[in-house]
Design a protein. Structure first.
Length: 452
């Protein structure tokens, strides 16, 4: 799918605004989903073979990835590497790998225990959070690659797959991918009840701002339960802009209201929403702006443990299990750097509440020169600072996260098509790259599907 090329601006350049404090867009909380074990979608069937292999752009990756060097999270390890933290990855599943500690969380797609990943997406995300360094002298990986919190445990909840189709919650005669806002809400509740201390959601459902987002009220209730009752910190992708359809680019001037609503990112009271930056420190052309964006992290040129076979590390992924591999990038892959940082903070300061942890992540980020920015929020996450600054050094008024504000435009007379999955897997005309991310489907009826 072609990607809208937004002109990048240097961090702090352009118009910035102070983060507003009035309530953001989503409506009232819905009914909290029951906490029940994940069950597969009975109407789902696999239509594309599981990912069989990936390829890197070089015979082997021998140097430390730029994101790992830039974030410098190894400096935070002198205070711990996330031991005792359980990071739930609500995604396409996570394949068990020797350098990952993965616990079963269940499967809404095909009935596995969650430790099956046909798409590769969830395993890449999990690797960024919890990959252990290779053993000294390991000839298969001399790079020094590791995730942010290598001693954390990954709890894998398989909630979505682009390689399956279903008729559930679809118009008659139509098909979509299994996994919607309803199953996302259930996944959040389930993960929280299984002992997750951090939840990573590298997903985004988009719709027209001011229009209902189907089961989004259930997502809000699930987030409120996870944060306020179970004391979990939730980290979610800001989403990727596309040239047409539901995930249209939002203005980022701090004044113009958004045209696109993004769930779960816009539940700003309960979520750390993450945008993407490139190696030059500029906002990625694809990162979706919004007053709910809290921080940013590297989302381009991603390196990961190989989800399946082949070399130890990869920096490319085949789109939807077929086609030519392309670079791994998107806000999906910025999000786990923040989730890993949260795991480090929770291990270092177990007395902090979820909102205190969120405030700490924001307060210690590398701030844009102009202040809060709707593309990168409070700035690029700084893992070392997040675990080094003592709690007393963060002002009490910064300990509670507040919602960003905007005036929601009135709903259009004719409702837009249902918010639907955004699979940035394909050729990006303006960038000449492949963006890999995905989004949850919404249970609202739609009249068209995302073209690939």
């Amino acid at each position: 799918m072609a990607v809208l090329a937004v002109s990048p601006a240097a961090l702090g350049a352009g118009t910035a605004s102070a983060q507003p404090t009035a309530p953001v867009g989503p409506g009232p909380l819905g009914v909290l989903p029951a906490s029940t074990p994940p069950t597969p979608d009975p109407a789902a069937a696999q239509t594309t073979a599981c990912l069989a292999g990936t390829a890197s752009t070089t015979p082997s990756i021998v140097t430390k990835p730029w994101a790992q060097r830039q974030l410098g999270y190894e400096a935070a390890w002198k205070f711990g590497r996330g031991a005792g933290q359980v990071v739930a990855v609500i995604d396409t599943g996570v394949n068990p790998l020797p350098r990952l500690t993965v616990a079963p969380g269940g499967d809404y797609v095909a009935g596995t225990d969650g430790r099956t990943d046909c798409d590769g997406h969830g395993t890449i995300v999990a690797s960024q959070i919890g990959a252990k360094p290779a053993a000294p002298g390991d000839p298969t990986d001399p790079s020094g690659y590791a995730g942010v919190a290598p001693d954390a445990t990954i709890l894998s909840v398989r909630q979505y797959s682009a390689l399956y189709e279903t008729t559930t919650s679809q118009p008659p005669g139509r098909k979509g991918q299994p996994g919607d806002l309803s199953t996302l809400a259930r996944s959040i509740v389930w993960a929280a009840d299984q002992g997750a201390t951090v939840i990573n959601i590298s997903e985004a459902a988009c719709g027209v701002a001011g229009a209902a987002l189907g089961s989004d009220d259930q997502v809000g209730a699930a987030l409120q339960y996870a944060v306020d009752v179970k004391k979990v910190v939730v980290v979610a992708a800001a989403g990727n802009a596309e040239p047409s359809g539901d995930c249209r680019a939002n203005p980022s001037d701090g004044v113009t209201p958004p045209v696109t609503a993004v769930s779960p990112a816009w539940w700003d009271d309960y979520v750390l929403a993450v945008g993407s930056v490139g190696e030059d420190g500029r906002p990625s052309p694809f990162t979706l702006a919004g007053p709910w964006v809290d921080v940013a992290a590297p989302g381009e040129g991603t390196v990961s443990l190989n989800p399946v076979g082949g070399p130890a590390l990869v920096n490319q992924l085949a789109p939807a299990g077929n086609g030519a591999p392309g670079p791994i990038q998107g806000t999906s892959f910025a999000t786990p750097y923040v989730a890993g940082t949260v795991a480090l903070v929770r291990a270092r300061f177990p007395e902090l509440t979820p909102r205190q942890v969120m405030a700490r992540i924001e307060a210690t980020a590398q701030a844009p020169a102009g202040g809060f920015d709707e593309l990168v929020g409070h700035g690029v996450v700084d893992p070392a600072a997040a675990v080094t600054v003592l709690p007393a050094a963060i002002a009490p008024q910064g300990m509670d996260q507040t919602s960003a504000a905007f005036v929601v435009p009135p709903a259009p007379p004719t409702p837009s098509s249902r918010p639907r999955a955004v699979a940035f897997i394909g050729s990006a005309a303006a960038l000449g790259t492949v963006l890999v991310t995905f989004a949850v489907l919404n249970a609202v009826q739609r009249s068209r599907r995302c073209s690939s």
